[in-house]
Ligand binder design. Structure first.
Ligand code: 3UK
Length: 512
């Protein structure tokens, strides 16, 4: 991948798109029916860039916190920050003042653009962190709101001429434990991500309409619902709330063709359809469905296939690496495998000394590529990047054909009576049982075996969580995978603890 030494990702994704003649194409679509063309998104981003610079005193390199549910306005703000040479700091809508304060301090945020509906927690955080000097709200009718100020500005803005390796994004990982971790990405990383997964795996076209659930504050959503559609002249539907039910309704309403969401959401959508074929699939508009964020159980892949006729595109990505680096398109997908390294990336499975292990052996996933990790924190950097490899913290097996098979997070591997057991394999098995809606599997301490396999199960409506059910689930696992992997303990729960990005929090299951 070759990029010029100076580039600005918004210039390439937006200004160049308009210059290329895409100005009149549909670009961002809101839940309320708002439709902005490429030219309109560019004009709005330009006006907001003027507000940032003139009203808020932004200079290139300043960090701008963005806080809103997905919407066309949030997309315009993101582009405006890029254009002004700022650094975007996305925040998940559900974060509270405490976490926002940590982000303000860690990222040294000086400016913020915030949806008025989410203003309260940010105000609390700002009171404790005076580093944040300027906050503007949008979604308010007031004269001092962002929309009113933007309306007074010029539609034209000369995008700041940044270096390709100027930082443009401080992305906080979903952080299942402890303090939020910030990774830096530069303008060139953004363009590199657009040059890998989309052309080599997704192959979108300009007539595609993207839709999905991940917030733009999560790089899965930023790429899938903003950068990738812009890179091909496609349209993107940005929904503030995009649970399974909202997606089932919005896909046909917007004629969406490309869907990005998490495994549990695909499962819930397929379940909601029951035995019927999902309208979004056969006879519907959808043609590509991408699953990422956590392991895709083969059972979920089969369920979606059955309900829609569409083969899911699984892909593992990470905030540290910006987006997806191992995947397989719908023609190459194999149940139970994530895929192969996407052209541009190298991946291998290594042992504790970073030496490659033979096919069929469990080891640590190591990745190299054009979007590598840069933590703000030196200690974290030294543990994530070793010997030139990005170590994602995932345990994988590569098969003889080069496909990578996810096992578990390295620190989630269950060791029971000397056996290594990967929770996700047991989860995949349990999900095939007709009584199971959702489940999580983790190791819990045991005097005799060190750890035992424990399952937390959400039953489908009407199913009884009694001793007979426990026995049935245990027998089912013993009959379908190696018997030593069966859950010796089973708890029935109403829901599972998940992060806002959809990841199961096994540490919270273990903590009880
Ligand atoms: C896990 C997966 C198995 C894996 C992400 C796509 O999830 C994203 O970023 P995060 O920083 O988490 C990274 C970790 O999540 N994971 C993600 N996808 C898969 N495990 N199969 C998958 N398909 O543990 C990884 O290390 O929150 C995903 C694009 C951008 C992203 N930031």
């Amino acid at each position: 991948l070759q990029f010029p030494p100076r580039l600005n990702c918004a210039a390439m994704l937006l200004d160049d798109a308009v210059a290329r003649g895409w100005g009149g194409r549909r670009c961002v679509i809101g839940a309320d029916g708002t439709v902005w063309t490429y030219a309109e998104l560019q004009a709005q981003a330009n006006r907001i860039a003027h507000v940032l610079v003139q009203d808020m005193g932004l200079v290139p390199g300043n960090r701008v916190l963005l806080r809103a549910p997905n919407s066309p306005m949030l997309a315009a703000c993101w582009c405006a920050v890029m254009k002004a040479g700022g650094i975007a700091v996305g925040t998940m809508p559900m974060l509270r003042a405490k976490e926002l304060g940590q982000i303000l301090a860690k990222a040294q945020v000086s400016h913020a653009l915030c949806d008025a509906a989410l203003a309260d927690e940010l105000a609390l955080a700002a009171a404790a962190h005076p580093v944040l000097r300027e906050v503007l709200h949008f979604g308010v009718a007031a004269e001092c709101g962002l929309e009113a100020r933007a309306a007074r500005q010029s539609d034209a803005f000369a995008t700041v001429d940044t270096a390709a390796d100027d930082v443009c994004l401080l992305a906080f990982t979903s952080g299942t434990t402890g303090l939020p971790k910030a990774t830096m990405h530069v303008h060139r990383d953004v363009m590199a991500a657009c040059a890998c997964f989309p052309p080599h795996v997704l192959r979108p076209v300009a007539d595609d309409v993207f839709i999905g659930s991940p917030p733009l504050a999560f790089t899965f959503g930023l790429g899938g619902l903003l950068l990738f559609p812009l890179s091909v002249g496609a349209a993107t539907v940005l929904l503030p709330k995009a649970g399974p039910n909202e997606l089932l309704e919005a896909v046909p309403r917007h004629g969406a063709t490309v869907l990005f969401t998490a495994p549990t959401s695909y499962r819930a959508m397929a379940e909601a359809a029951g035995q019927r074929r999902l309208a979004v699939g056969q006879g519907g508009t959808l043609r590509k469905c991408v699953s990422a964020g956590e392991a895709l159980p083969a059972a979920t892949r089969a369920l979606w296939q059955q309900a829609t006729g569409i083969t899911l595109i699984d892909g593992i990505g990470a905030t540290e690496l910006l987006h997806i680096f191992i995947s397989a398109d719908e023609t190459q997908a194999r149940p139970g495998a994530t895929g192969k390294a996407i052209p541009g990336y190298r991946a291998c499975v290594v042992d504790a000394n970073l030496q490659p292990v033979p096919p069929g052996t469990v080891g640590r996933l190591a990745v190299q590529g054009p979007t590598g990790c840069r933590y703000l924190d030196d200690a974290r950097q030294a543990s994530y990047v070793q010997g030139g490899w990005n170590l994602t913290g995932d345990a994988y097996v590569q098969d003889a054909d080069g496909y990578f098979h996810y096992q578990s997070r390295t620190d989630d591997m269950i060791i029971s009576a000397g056996y290594n057991i990967a929770g996700p394999e047991v989860e995949d098995c349990l999900l095939r049982h007709p009584a199971v809606a959702e489940c999580g599997v983790a190791g819990v301490p045991d005097d005799e075996r060190g750890q035992i396999v424990k399952a937390w199960v959400v039953l489908k409506p009407g199913m009884a969580g009694d001793a007979a059910c426990v026995q049935a689930l245990q027998d089912f696992v013993k009959a379908n995978i190696a018997p030593y992997k069966y859950p010796r303990a089973v708890d029935f729960v109403d829901s599972l603890p998940r992060t806002e990005t959809g990841k199961l929090q096994r540490f919270r299951l273990r903590a009880g």
